[in-house]
Design a protein around this ligand. Structure first.
Ligand SMILES: [Zn+2]
Length: 350
């Protein structure tokens, strides 16, 4: 089986996908129609062409964060947010994804409060629980939040978690890595962790060994990206040793890192160092809409660039299940992937 057939057909889990960054062009257009039909004006017309970031894009990492505002303008009402969630869920399902943890920062708009934002996404995921794709929500804290705002989101998430224990699984820290400092968010994250929520952190997107070390020592359940941890990529021996010691699973987003120039190109991506050192890795998309990618495309790129054979790629998909936040779903997802592996003779011999 060649990778073009294998990657979409193989059941996969997606553990790092921002809702607004995942909106495809067709979803953005559908949202525009929906908003027009419901009488909500939006000013996104001129900006749709700026939504995608390709390889060699001249915008820097901070500029890249601006594109999310385009999606935010289209998801300001509960109706449009619910539609965006449903369409995105189905796109992942069509791509062979059998479990997804969507993440999003609750946003207050003229049409809804932050609580209504979380409730809308949670209700939508719950109402789609009958689909083959199983879904959960991770609530994001943006690094440009004040300490007070972060605490409010943490408390809101804990409260919503009690309302939607079948949907909300975790809390995460994201946003422009050049803004804010991790230590300010530790109290909010700790509170969420004590309430039973899992933690994932965008970690090491830019060179900042001091912060990377603080993050790793916080012992999150997973980290995103982990670019600048190995000494060859702007980390230090100390940051690398900490990751190896704690074995914190890393959500790998190949195209995102290349297109935002966090990584020079696919060949020099730190996936290789992590994989060779047996650090748990999970292939993810980050923002499939912004980077014009899909989860199966990321698997295919990974196999092509790093010379993985089909059984090794299938093993990556199967291992990823060990790091999902919804423990109650692990068994059935694992079975689904292992059945696929058995049926297609993809067992790893080594
Ligand atoms: Zn991300």
């Amino acid at each position: 089986m060649d990778f073009n057939k294998l990657c979409p057909a193989m059941p996969k889990v997606e553990l790092h996908a921002h809702l607004n960054g995942s909106l495809s062009r067709s979803t953005l257009l559908e949202l525009k129609r929906f908003n027009a039909d419901t009488g909500v004006t939006d000013t996104s017309d001129a900006f749709l062409d700026e939504f995608q970031i390709g390889a060699g894009d001249t915008r820097n990492l901070s500029d890249c964060f601006q594109v999310f505002n385009i999606a935010h303008r289209l998801t300001r009402t509960p109706g449009s947010l619910a539609l965006a969630t449903t369409l995105t869920l189905k796109e992942f399902q069509d791509d062979g994804c059998c479990y997804i943890e969507l993440r999003s920062t609750p946003k207050e708009t003229p049409f809804m409060t932050s609580r209504q934002y979380i409730e809308t996404v949670s209700e939508t995921l719950r109402s789609n629980a009958h689909l083959p794709i199983k879904s959960r929500l991770i609530v994001s804290i943006n690094r440009n939040s004040s300490i007070k705002e972060a605490e409010a989101i943490s408390e809101l998430t804990i409260s919503c978690y009690k309302q939607y224990p079948d949907v909300i699984v975790g809390i995460e820290l994201s946003g422009d890595p050049n803004i804010g400092q991790f230590e300010d968010f530790v109290p909010s994250l700790t509170k969420a962790r004590c309430a039973g929520l899992k933690i994932t952190l965008h970690c090491g997107e830019v060179c900042n060994p001091k912060e990377v070390l603080e993050m790793l020592r916080f012992r999150p359940d997973r980290i995103g990206h982990g670019v600048c941890i190995h000494p060859n990529f702007g980390g230090t021996q100390e940051t690398w040793d900490a990751l190896c010691k704690f074995q914190i699973p890393v959500e790998i987003c190949l195209t995102s890192n290349v297109n935002t120039k966090s990584t020079l190109d696919y060949n020099s991506h730190h996936f290789k160092e992590l994989y060779n050192a047996n650090i748990p890795v999970i292939i993810c998309t980050d923002d499939k809409g912004v980077f014009s990618t899909s989860l199966s495309q990321e698997y295919r790129i990974c196999a092509d660039v790093f010379g993985l054979q089909p059984p090794q790629l299938a093993k990556l998909a199967s291992n990823a299940v060990d790091y999902v936040f919804a423990d109650e779903e692990k068994k059935s997802i694992k079975e689904k992937i292992l059945n696929f592996i058995n049926k297609n003779g993809l067992e790893c011999m080594s």
